[in-house]
Design a protein around this ligand. Structure first.
Ligand code: SF4
Length: 349
């Protein structure tokens, strides 16, 4: 059954300090106020009225939930209990920092209906974490993931390739660590320089250069393919295009409002490049959920193939897996996979 997420943005609430890259107010487009019990109940009721038969999930995004005083955490979770008991609320998700999670805190949250914890891990490299002003170590992240898994909750890992001191190889190592440690899903946010942050100061002073757009999407492509190979869903690539994010607030870095689609469609473009030749007329069959990725944004992949001399048509085939394309040309048909048939090197980034 599909889930509808009822989001509450508690930007910066609980954060022990501000990380070098962070401006939650800009990222979430919301002010970080703690909602009252009435506001929480009203919002859930409102979303419930439009959710149809889909189950609701409440998510607290943006701050460091488990660093809030316990009384405030209780105040946020208490109004949810009635909805959990009557079955209308299927799960609760919170975001937090790895250094504010341990066995006891996870148990406490689980008893109050929390089923998913998202951790702002960002990198598993201690030098990168220090240079980014995170204030926690890779060991903290591994310990937090272990605590969450031990209690049977789902754990999401957020990674930020391109932070100070990072490299494509280190970003890939961080992804491998996330996979190895048992992350249930990932979010990949290539680093962007937001106005007003410490990173912006470093950027303007020439002390930090973020990944360019092209290198950023190439790196994300490699990371996404690796996650797909490991069977770990990547539920988001790139910061959400909310009200506060625009060319004014973003000084530099790899950002696009539909970065995830751009990255996914690059994988399909590479697969078609690899298995077609100029002069061919091909029909590409893909899973119905992947038509727009196969075509590319504004049909970019179609135009690219036309430039190569490949005439390409796209059709749906629900029997294909999400990572597969069936290439039909002049009486031949073959199925190729993004996971198995593309081979990248990190040195391409
Ligand atoms: S802990 Fe997260 S929300 Fe808080 S300042 Fe750091 S990045 Fe921003």
């Amino acid at each position: 059954m599909k889930t509808v997420t009822v989001p509450f943005f508690i930007s910066h609430q609980g954060c022990p300090h501000t990380c070098a890259f962070c401006d939650q107010r800009t990222i979430s487009g919301a002010r970080g106020e703690i909602p009252t019990a009435t506001q929480i109940r009203e919002k859930i009721n409102l979303w419930q009225s439009t959710a149809g038969d889909r189950q609701l999930e409440v998510a607290f995004f943006g701050g460091t939930f488990t660093a809030l005083p316990e009384e405030i955490q209780s105040r946020l979770l208490a109004p949810l209990q009635h909805f959990i008991q009557d079955g209308s609320l299927g799960s609760v998700r919170i975001s937090t920092r790895p250094d504010y999670i341990d066995d006891e805190r996870v148990m406490w949250l689980a008893e109050r209906g929390v089923r998913t914890i998202e951790l702002g891990v960002q990198s598993f490299d201690d030098a990168v974490l220090t240079a980014s002003g995170r204030g926690h170590s890779a060991a903290d992240s591994l310990g937090a993931i272990r605590s969450i898994k031990k209690c049977g909750l789902d754990v999401g890992v957020q990674l930020m390739p391109g932070l100070p001191g990072d490299s494509p190889a280190l970003s890939l190592c961080s992804l491998e660590q996330a996979i190895f440690s048992g992350a249930d899903f990932l979010r990949i946010y290539p680093t962007v320089v937001l106005r007003g942050t410490e990173l912006a100061r470093q950027f303007v002073a020439g002390e930090f250069t973020p990944l360019s757009f092209d290198r950023g999407i190439t790196l994300c492509k490699l990371l996404l393919q690796r996650a797909m190979q490991a069977g770990i869903p990547v539920i988001r690539i790139g910061l959400q295009a909310d009200a506060g994010l625009d060319s004014e607030s973003i000084l530099a870095g790899c950002w696009h409002p539909a970065l995830g689609q751009l990255v996914r469609s690059l994988l399909y473009a590479d697969l078609v490049d690899r298995f077609t030749s100029p002069g061919q007329q091909v029909i590409l069959y893909c899973h119905p959920a992947r038509v727009s990725d196969t075509l590319g944004m504004k049909r970019k992949n179609l135009h690219h193939q036309a430039e190569r001399g490949v005439q390409m048509q796209v059709a749906e085939d629900a029997s294909l897996a999400l990572d597969e394309l069936k290439v039909q040309s002049e009486g031949t048909k073959a199925i190729y996979s993004i996971i198995k048939d593309l081979h990248y090197s990190i040195y391409e980034v």
